[in-house]
Design a protein around this ligand. Structure first.
Ligand code: AMP
Length: 514
């Protein structure tokens, strides 16, 4: 027997087995908040959304975009849009107006759902319907199904579930087409490795737009765990919710872990404490966290630290590093060093490192293709392996990521294409040459930094150039530092030698990513 995998089945199961169980606690005090929803409510609203979309003429395979911080409605879209054979396009709400216009156009989105705070970023186009998630404009879309008939979609696991745009080696983001099969196998494998059950309470410290919250919203829903929506990252708020809501799982970038540890320090300074909670697992990815951070998470917060490694293109779970029984018996500092490696292949994943030191992967959850970019797809999937663009080596079964072959900077957990920032700076009249690199930074992991040679006679300052980028790019992509130089290291053929330019900033680091 073969039954096609579909993410819609996750919610259907949860609503069948735990209809009265709390599915989701939405952010309170926010316009359009849905409050507390049971699994029966979540399914009724997802089915209602699917029905309303179909009634508005959004057909199977049509794209529906969402631009929003985390919200219960985002969670509903994972099932009400994708679960009914429509394609969800989650867009990073911190992108610039121009990026958002590009993604909406490139994905051919017919409808965009937008948080009131981002509504001004959406272009007005006759072929694009816009619904603001303010509790009024969207009231009919998110109403429970009620007496209406559900939309019947004949599940096809190879159908596209979502298109997740990610910054990479090109100036423009690429649309990663994830199928239901990709999302299903990632979610079940991820849920297995983290041991998700109906007793779990997931705090959404990861943006839902980022690789569909890495697939954890699917995994947690499948097991009828409880979702706690978090709209904005604030270390103290996270600690407080962990205590108040009995959180047991969170996924985040190292920058969020740093925010929690800072909040803990602030509590101590104020004479307050935090009772270590061993029931909490924190799953971290995006960059290799410093082993001191891992040690503090385990000894001071009491959480279990799990590192994973992957990319949007791999749905994303490739490797996982969760302490084995032997590691658990070691002193915390020693264990932390071992946990700083990316990890061993997740179930169903094969990892290899080619002779150039690039990490390659194969898995059922490696993406289908880049949306409308066949050349980029064949390049990424050449030779039957997915080329991650990450440099690393194997330490026994453990993958260690040491550098990046692709020109991407990861800052605060989000990708920034160096080329895009360079393009922006080149458009400034004072700039003759520019190289954008990431340099190690305590808060951001890597800090976007521009090395610039000015045109003869030009007088632009570092601050002028930063302000210019902030005007033209999403703020998180703008350099936080600009260094003016007389020349930039180049090869004989005139190609920038970025590794040389980076070297002085990375001296003393044993790897060139942070
Ligand atoms: P994204 O597609 O935005 O999720 O970014 C994926 C990239 O993040 C990877 O190609 C790596 O460069 C980086 N990354 C993710 N997880 C890790 C990790 N555990 N260690 C090192 N780099 C990571």
């Amino acid at each position: 027997m073969r039954i096609d995998f579909t993410v819609g089945s996750f919610l259907e199961r949860a609503a069948l087995v735990q209809p009265a169980g709390v599915a989701c606690v939405d952010e309170s005090g926010v316009v359009g908040s849905l409050g507390t929803l049971t699994y029966a409510d979540l399914l009724a609203r997802a089915q209602g959304l699917a029905r309303s979309l179909a009634d508005r003429g959004i057909a199977e395979g049509d794209r529906v975009a969402i631009i929003s911080p985390n919200a219960a409605k985002f969670l509903i879209c994972f099932f009400g849009v994708s679960g009914a054979g429509r394609i969800l396009v989650p867009i990073n709400y911190r992108l610039s107006e121009e990026d958002i216009a590009y993604i909406l156009e490139h994905s051919g989105s017919r409808l965009v759902l937008v948080d009131p705070d981002q509504a001004h970023l959406v272009p007005s186009r006759p072929d694009l319907e816009v619904v603001v998630l303010d509790g009024n404009d969207d009231a009919a879309l998110f109403a429970p199904l009620g007496e209406r008939s559900p939309v019947l979609w004949e599940a096809n696991e190879d159908a596209t579930c979502s298109i997740n745009y990610t910054s990479g080696t090109t100036a423009r983001p690429k649309g990663v087409q994830l199928t239901h099969r990709n999302c299903w196998t990632n979610a079940t494998t991820f849920g297995w490795h983290v041991g998700i059950s109906d007793r779990d309470v997931l705090l959404h410290t990861l943006p839902m737009f980022h690789a569909n919250g890495w697939g954890m919203p699917y995994a947690a829903t499948a097991m009828a765990a409880r979702h706690i929506v978090l709209r904005k990252i604030d270390g103290e708020d996270i600690l407080e919710r962990i205590e108040r809501e009995g959180v047991t799982v969170l996924c985040c970038a190292p920058a969020v872990v740093a925010a929690m540890l800072d909040a803990l320090t602030a509590r101590r300074t104020a004479g307050l404490g935090f009772t270590p909670r061993s029931a909490v697992r924190v799953v971290v990815a995006g960059a290799p966290p410093p082993s001191k951070t891992i040690e503090r998470v385990e000894t001071e917060l009491g959480f279990e630290f799990i590192q994973i490694y992957g990319l949007t293109e791999t749905s994303p779970l490739l490797t996982v590093n969760r302490a084995t029984a032997e590691m658990a018996a070691l002193p915390a500092a020693e264990r932390a060093k071992l946990l700083a490696r990316a990890g061993v292949p997740a179930v169903g994943v094969e990892i290899a490192v080619d002779d150039q030191g690039e990490v390659l992967a194969r898995a059922n959850h490696v993406f289908a293709s880049y949306w409308n970019q066949p050349d980029a797809t064949s390049e990424a999937l050449g030779g039957g392996w997915f080329h991650t663009g990450d440099g690393g080596y194997l330490d026994g079964p453990y993958t260690v990521i040491t550098d990046r072959k692709k020109d991407v900077i990861i800052t605060g957990g989000e990708n920034v294409s160096s080329i895009e920032v360079e393009d922006c700076l080149f458009s400034h009249e004072a700039v003759a040459e520019v190289a954008v690199i990431g340099i190690p930074d305590e808060q951001w992991g890597e800090m976007v930094t521009a090395l610039v040679v000015l045109r003869p006679g030009a007088t632009a300052t570092e601050d002028d150039l930063i302000a210019y980028c902030r005007e033209h790019l999403a703020h998180f992509k703008a350099p936080k530092r600009v260094v003016l130089r007389d020349e930039l290291a180049r090869t004989a053929t005139g190609k920038l030698q970025k590794y040389k330019l980076r070297a002085e900033f990375w001296a003393g680091h044993d790897r060139s990513i942070n």
